[in-house]
Design a protein. Sequence first.
Length: 274
Amino acid sequence: MASTGGVAEWLNAHVSKTCMPERVSGVRILPPPPSMAEKQKVIVVLPAYNAAKTLARTVADIPRNIIDEIILVDDGSSDETVHLAESLGLVVITHGRNSGYGANQKTCYRTALERGADIVVMLHPDYQYDPKLIKYFVGLIRENYFDLMLGSRIRSRREALAGGMPLYKYYANRFLTLIENLASGQNLSEWHTGMRAYTRDVLEHIDFAHNSNDFVFDSQVLFQAIEKKYRIGEIPVPVRYFPEASSINFVRSVKYGLQTLCVALTYWMNRLFM
């Protein structure tokens, strides 16, 4: 096992103190040749549904100097999301009808892989997550420290609530994350983030096509990545809840929570008896 000093040096050079990841110990360091990192194609995918009010702000903050393309998949929006995305010069894919959050991501990842992506960054276009942090996600993957990066909104309860996260969502997030960590043997600070990055290898070797078309898709992907022993890294991201930002209602949240518990229980049972 190599020393983690290289990770610390990279973070000190590239990541501000407010964006320091909380877990880097025990990471196996296998840096790729510089030429390999330089050739990697980075595509940002935006799973969108009625995102017209926040799309322009989200796209404006994406660091264009390190990404090659932005793909927006519209899931049957009734607003001007598609027209706005086209005017911003994005690659736009549309669903004829609303198929669900998971179905949207499936189209995002299939399209990105078809267009030759080596690193795929998934970002909610609701401006809850700071796109400027994409460079750190990409950097840590390019340097081969991690295969999958998560943007965690839960660095502390005070920060999460000060950023506008509803109290019931905060406690539901903490409870579900605790259960998922216990089931998987992980210690992630958040399982339910809408800002992630994957290597091509991860997306090609997890069976995301057979996952749910609903919100539980995200948890299923993480359990699949853990099962295949991919390296998962985290970076804290600021919490930004505001009226224009998308958010599922209480009833959908309860359904999502129950689905998540079922997925965690299934994984734990398989891990225990197989």
